[in-house]
Write a protein of this length. Structure first.
Length: 142
């Protein structure tokens, strides 16, 4: 963690529970005068070492990669479903951080206008990413 944000991260960990809604944390930071870039940096650091629970509530998983926040040039391009699919690929381990960035860059370069879920799935399939959800099947986790 950088010294620049260490005191802010400590304060946030004291203020919020580990499973706190990211929107609440973002609103808190915004009220304290941080801009979007700073909030993105802080949230990336805050959630990079934090364990979070899956929907089942049974398993805990450590985040080893930093939380990826969309840049200003990406916000208007990706639909929520497309970005969610990319985050799902990264979170499931189907792609590493570098491959994630390559998928984002490829989509931005090769697709004009809004980038949809079908566009991202097509790009991921073209580069050989297997997410295990072909034909609506969910990946089996052991």
């Amino acid at each position: 963690m950088t010294d620049r944000w260490s005191s802010v991260i400590v304060a946030l960990r004291e203020q919020f529970a580990a499973d706190a809604d990211i929107v609440e944390v973002e609103a808190y930071l915004s009220l304290h005068g941080y801009n979007r870039r700073q909030i993105g940096e802080i949230l990336s650091l805050l959630y990079s070492d934090t364990a979070f629970s899956h929907d089942s509530g049974a398993d805990m998983m450590l985040r080893h990669a930093p939380l990826r926040v969309q840049g200003p040039h990406e916000r208007g391009r990706f639909t929520a479903e497309a970005w969610g699919y990319l985050v799902q690929l990264g979170g499931s381990g189907a792609v590493n951080f570098n491959d994630f960035e390559q998928l984002v860059e490829r989509a931005l370069v090769h697709i004009d206008g809004r980038i949809s879920l079908s566009d991202i799935r097509g790009i991921a399939e073209d580069v050989g990413v297997e997410d295990g959800s072909v034909n609506g099947e969910r990946p089996q986790v052991h």
